[in-house]
Unconditional design. Structure first.
Length: 583
């Protein structure tokens, strides 16, 4: 008989079980971040490549729901096509069966010393001890994540043992036995599995709960199998909720997940009902075991995948039929919050968008410099549009990176996030200076200001140097190339020197009457803006170098480059000859 204290113990065990699963899954996801990124990066349109990717990712992070939510985010961010997503979703359904096999270790029994060692109650205390040492006494984020995984696993298994012990008294309760006799009705079993899984939003967790209940001996295979089928439908709730507010393709990915599981369940349920009615196998009346439930879970998911994998194209057509394209263009967000749970992927998306921002800013600067020699009204409009775009992108990327920084990032991810936050500010300022340069050019046109031949030659040299340093910093950032980044600082120093020389030489021209006062003001604005562009290019190059070393001490890095580099001195001399030949 089960009393109130057993109920409280059951609730406590369930809470520990769910918390341990969440803790372990989150830590595994962080630890495998770069690996997940590589797996997605290597994904092809091939069925088996996608299937294995979904299987592998889910086996690593122990949650098909998390994998499917990621897939919805990938499709929404255009990192993955719908066709690719279908195969990954199928693989995720197979990958989630790994959890049930891990949990089935709780059902091992025997007097043999080796069998006893396989029981979680024997080895989880050791894992918990190792985990707490890694978590509390190491500084490395990677080791802390390993510790969290071990602690999460120990908590999960302890919760499982607690639930199993708490429900043991139910074996003698007639109402409990009648409940599972009722679930022998396949339809009711499917509904029960779907509702339970929809509530806790994890098929792995609901399978674990079913295994704990099976320890009472009151759960037959005839009742357990339909419940397992229903669990696959219930787990779709997470992805369906995640698809709210996404693009049509992302909604289709969530719909494919639902249709795949519903169709698979219907087919397998019909087969199960026919076998039960015609053959009446004695196995269905036997009490389910931990390993038996894990086996049924695996067989069902693998069978669904084998049945529907050849028909993935039909699932895609069904999704397009149910969610057709609209005539109006879709409004899409540049960055998807769903990917924040996978920092490596989220950072890659933020980096890609920052690369787009960098291209817009550097093109704007190049156009503004070209307008100095050959004014073009259409280019002027493009420069203003570019400046507005970079302002918007700085807000979008900055807000996204701040949200991402609230997650637990490893050292590499933290350094990359810091670098991107700094870089977006520098690229935004470059576009501002592009507008400033354009305004100086337009002022010259409106007031009929003309520079002397000597001043034009000097300005042409500064424009060329500015174009080169912008191109170098852009290439260094896009390619994450330290060698290219090293070329920026010596050129920046030459541009600093050019600014002072050009200012001095222009004052001399003013003194002898070769240039007017108004020309002097415009001249000062132009050389100041170009010198400040070079400063921002230096910051961008410094960020690239610091990120490689995972050291965000920008000023120290630049100081080191200037003082202790034969390469720096050679390049400084080379740029001096190239751009200060008029001296």
């Amino acid at each position: 008989m089960m009393d109130i204290f057993d109920v409280l113990t059951l609730i406590g065990g369930l809470c520990l079980f769910l918390f341990g699963m969440n803790l372990m899954g989150g830590a595994l996801e962080r630890s495998a971040g770069s690996k997940l990124e590589n797996m997605i990066g290597k994904l092809t349109t091939g069925k088996f490549a996608g299937l294995l990717t979904g299987l592998g990712v889910t086996a690593v992070i122990q949650s098909s729901s998390a994998t499917t939510v990621m897939v919805v985010g990938f499709v929404n961010s255009k990192l993955m096509s719908l066709k690719q997503a279908i195969h990954v979703i199928m693989g995720a359904n197979v990958g989630t069966t790994v959890t049930a096999w891990i949990l089935s270790l709780s059902g091992i029994s025997g007097d043999n010393i080796f069998i006893k060692l396989l029981k979680p109650s024997s080895f989880t205390p050791i894992l918990a001890l190792i985990g707490i040492v890694f978590y509390m006494f190491t500084k490395s984020n990677k080791k802390k994540d390993i510790g969290t995984v071990l602690l999460g696993f120990a908590t999960l298994m302890f919760g499982m043992e607690t639930m199993t012990g708490a429900v043991s008294g139910l074996r003698d309760v007639p109402a409990f036995q009648e409940l599972f006799i009722m679930f022998k009705n396949p339809i009711l079993g499917v509904l029960a599995g779907a509702v339970l899984t929809a509530i806790i939003q994890s098929s792995s967790a609901s399978v674990g709960i079913l295994q704990a209940l099976a320890a009472t001996g009151a759960v037959s295979y005839g009742a357990a199998i339909p419940i397992i089928m229903g669990q696959n439908i219930g787990t779709c709730v997470t992805a369906m909720l995640s698809s709210v507010g996404t693009t049509k393709n992302a909604k289709r990915a969530a719909l494919v997940h639902l249709s795949f599981n519903v169709i698979g369940t219907v087919v397998c349920l019909i087969a199960f009902t026919l076998v039960k009615a015609i053959l009446s196998p004695a196995l269905l009346d036997e009490s389910a075991t931990f390993a038996g439930i894990a086996t049924a879970h695996s067989v069902f998911n693998i069978a669904c995948t084998l049945i529907l994998l050849p028909m993935s194209g039909l699932l895609e057509k069904l999704a397009y039929k149910l969610i057709p394209d609209s005539k109006l263009p879709e409004k899409t967000s540049e960055l998807d919050d769903r990917l924040l749970s996978t920092p490596a992927i989220a950072l890659e998306c933020a980096h890609n968008l920052t690369c787009d921002m960098a291209k817009i800013a550097t093109e704007a600067l190049k156009n503004s410099v070209e307008c100095f020699g050959n004014y073009d009204k259409s280019k002027a409009e493009e420069i203003h549009e570019a400046e507005e775009k970079t302002d918007h992108l700085e807000d979008v990327i900055g807000s996204y990176l701040v949200k991402l920084s609230m997650k637990q990032l490893n050292e590499t991810e933290g350094a990359t996030a810091s670098m991107l936050l700094k870089a977006i500010g520098d690229f935004e300022r470059i576009s501002d200076h592009a507008v400033n340069i354009l305004e100086s050019v337009e002022e010259m046109r409106e007031k009929g200001i003309v520079f002397s031949e000597g001043a034009k030659a000097e300005m042409d040299s500064l424009c060329a140097a500015t174009n080169e340093i912008v191109a170098l910093s852009y290439t260094a950032f896009i390619d994450n190339n330290v060698d290219t980044a090293n070329l920026v600082e010596p050129l920046e120093q030459v541009i600093d020197r050019m600014k002072e020389l050009l200012r001095t030489r222009h004052i001399e021209r003013l003194r002898v009457g070769d240039c007017g006062i108004e020309a002097g003001f415009v001249w000062s604005d132009l050389i100041t803006n170009m010198e400040r562009v070079s400063d921002h290019c230096s910051n961008i190059a410094g960020c690239v170098m610091d990120t490689k070393e995972q050291n965000m001490n920008l000023h120290e890095s630049i100081k080191l480059i200037r003082s202790d580099s034969e390469f720096y001195r050679e390049k400084y001399t080379e740029y001096t000859r190239k751009y200060l030949s008029f001296v």
